[in-house]
Design a protein. Structure first.
Length: 245
C-alpha cells in the first residue's frame, strides 16, 4: 500500500463500529491492526479475548512500535446480566481491558517522538441507566472515569487520551431492520429512523442514527489536535443525556 498515513490499533474489529472504522481507515491509507475475539485469518488480525487478562497480557507482549491511533471499539453489550461471573467478565471487556491496553502501550511509548492518540468509546447509556441496562451502563461509566485518569497519567507526554461518547449507532444490523420496516409500512427509511429515535429517547435532537463515518471524522479531528486532544470529550450522542449532562 502506498501513502500510509500511520498505524491504527483497533479493538472489536469485527463489530458494528469496529468493522466500519477499519474499512474507513484502510481506504484513507492507514495501516490497521485489529484485535478480534476470534480471527478468521483476516489480514492484520490478532485473536485476543479481552475477557481474559492473560490473553490481553500475551497480546501486549507481542505488539511492537507506537501506533498513531488506538481505538477501543470492542464491547460486551449484553443487557440484563444477573450472574456474578458474567458481571465481572463484562467489566473486564468494557473497562479493564481498554484501560490496561492504553496504560501499558502509553507507558511504553510515553517518551516516543511520535504521538499516539487513544480513543475510548463511551455510551449515552450512562446518562439513563435502568434495571435492564444498569450493569452495562456501569461498565461504560467506569471506563469513562478511567479514561480521564489515563489523560492525567500521560499529561506532558506524547500520549493523548480522548473519549467519544456515542448515541444510537447506524450499524449494519440496524440498517437492515430500518429497511425491512420501511418496506413493511410503506414509509421512507428516513421516516422510520426519525420515528424510532424519537420514541427511544425524547432528549435526542437527531433525526438519524449516528453514522460510523462521523466517529471516524471525530477521531481524525482529535488526532490532528495533537497534544490538545488529551483529556478531551466529544459527544456524538445526539443530546441524549439532556441539557445538563
Ligand atoms: N451500537 C450502538 O448503538 C452504540 C450506542 C452507544 C455506544 N456504543 C458504543 O460503541 C462501541 C461499539 O459498539 P458496537 O455497536 O460496534 O458493538 P458490537 O457490534 O456489539 O461489536 C462489539 C465487538 O466487540 C467484540 N467483543 C465482545 N466481547 C469481546 C471479547 N471478550 N474479546 C474480544 N472482543 C470482544 C465483539 O466480537 P465478536 O465479533 O466476536 O462478537 C464485536 O466485534 C462500544 O463501545 C459501544 O458501547 C454503541
Amino acid at each position: 500500500m502506498t501513502n500510509i498515513e500511520g498505524h491504527v490499533l483497533l479493538t472489536g474489529g469485527h463489530g458494528g463500529l469496529g468493522a466500519t472504522l477499519r474499512r474507513l481507515f484502510i481506504n484513507a491509507g492507514w495501516q490497521v491492526t485489529s484485535l478480534v475475539r476470534q480471527s478468521a485469518g483476516g489480514i492484520n488480525e490478532i485473536a485476543c479475548d479481552l475477557g481474559s487478562s492473560g490473553d490481553v497480557q500475551r497480546v501486549l507482549a507481542t505488539l511492537s512500535g507506537a501506533p498513531a491511533i488506538i481505538v477501543h471499539a470492542a464491547v460486551d453489550g449484553r443487557r440484563e446480566i444477573e450472574d456474578t461471573v458474567d458481571l465481572m467478565s463484562q467489566y473486564q471487556v468494557n473497562c479493564v481491558a481498554p484501560y490496561v491496553i492504553s496504560r501499558s502501550l502509553g507507558d511504553r511509548n510515553a517518551d516516543s517522538p511520535r504521538r499516539t492518540l487513544h480513543v475510548h468509546i463511551g455510551s449515552e447509556v450512562t446518562f439513563h441507566a435502568d434495571a435492564k441496562s444498569g450493569p452495562y451502563a456501569a461498565t461504560k461509566a467506569s471506563h469513562r472515569v478511567l479514561a480521564s485518569a489515563l489523560a492525567d497519567r500521560f499529561r506532558g507526554t506524547s500520549q493523548s487520551v480522548a473519549t467519544i461518547v456515542l448515541g444510537p449507532l447506524y450499524t449494519p444490523r440496524r440498517c437492515d431492520e430500518i429497511s425491512l420496516i420501511a418496506q413493511r409500512i410503506h414509509k421512507s427509511e428516513a421516516y422510520v429512523e426519525r420515528t424510532a429515535l424519537a420514541r427511544s429517547n425524547p432528549d435526542l435532537v437527531i433525526s438519524r442514527f449516528i453514522r460510523p463515518q462521523s466517529v471516524f471524522e471525530a477521531t481524525l479531528a482529535l488526532w490532528r489536535m495533537g497534544e490538545d486532544a488529551n483529556g478531551s470529550l466529544i459527544r456524538l450522542d445526539g443530546g441524549s443525556g439532556g441539557s445538563l449532562n
